[in-house]
Design a protein around this ligand. Structure first.
Ligand SMILES: [Zn+2]
Length: 250
């Protein structure tokens, strides 16, 4: 049995990007450990950052339970906020040197003797500064480990995404502030090295998504949009997950 350490920027990213695959690994008997860089204190709700961080930690624990993950770890940084709406304050993930954050993650990888690490693609998906940081920190952390794990970088197939967005556009009209990301996001189809059919784990993935209740209301978020989709459309949107396998550590 393998140990999978899944590294994410904020609580809810694990469910959206990797939830089905992690549930498959856990169901197959692997040890799955979730690691969050930040507590998501800049997520969109009316709550103050401190109260929101406490709530999002509890939601992460519930999501981990739904996915069958054995443990949840925190690197202890603050959410940096979106590029257009940065958070203020101390200990933001993007202010920490990559090496310092990577050492914290590498210590966890060594303690777990991890076989597989998940990070994010080079674009940080849709380009959230914390997600771009996860890409660099995961790669650096792997290089610092005693026994470098396989590194799978969670992504989406950009071509598929553009097609999918056309499909959900009629529903997006009810979310007025929804702006679709432009330019270099996620990965091209030929960059994707692992496409996983996760339809057998949709119940677990939905439960993990539902655990992040603070992110489903009060803002224009992917989770809010997903809740509005008719079942067959949601099944298509949630039923595949994508990874780029990073080249072996030097
Ligand atoms: Zn995120």
């Amino acid at each position: 049995m393998a140990t999978v350490v899944s590294f994410h920027a904020h609580p809810d990213d694990e469910a959206l990007l990797t939830g089905g695959w992690l549930a498959q690994r856990a169901a197959a008997g692997d040890r799955v450990v979730l690691v969050f860089a930040t507590d998501g204190g800049a997520g969109l709700t009316g709550a103050d950052a401190g109260g929101l961080a406490v709530r999002r930690r509890a939601e992460a624990a519930a999501s981990a339970h739904a996915l069958g993950a054995a443990a949840v770890e925190w690197l202890g940084y603050a959410d940096s906020g979106m590029a257009a709406m940065p958070s203020q304050g101390a200990d933001r993930f993007t202010d920490a040197p990559v090496d310092a954050a990577a050492r914290r993650l590498a210590a966890l990888l060594d303690a777990e003797d991890a076989d597989v690490l998940t990070g994010y693609d080079a674009n940080g998906g849709y380009g959230h500064p914390d997600h771009v940081r996860v890409h660099h920190v995961a790669r650096r952390a792997r290089a610092l480990t005693v026994r470098p794990p396989q590194l799978l970088e969670a992504t989406r197939d950009r071509t598929w995404l553009v097609r999918g967005l056309a499909l959900v556009r009629p529903f997006a009209r009810v979310l007025p502030g929804l702006t679709l990301p432009a330019g270099e996001i996620y990965s091209t189809a030929d960059q994707v090295t692992l496409r996983v059919d996760v339809r057998d784990q949709l119940t677990a993935k939905r439960a993990a998504l539902a655990a992040h209740a603070s992110q489903a209301t009060g803002g224009v978020r992917t989770l809010a949009l997903l809740r509005l989709l008719p079942a067959p459309v949601a099944r298509r949107v949630l039923g595949t997950e994508w990874f780029v396998e990073a080249p072996p550590a030097a």
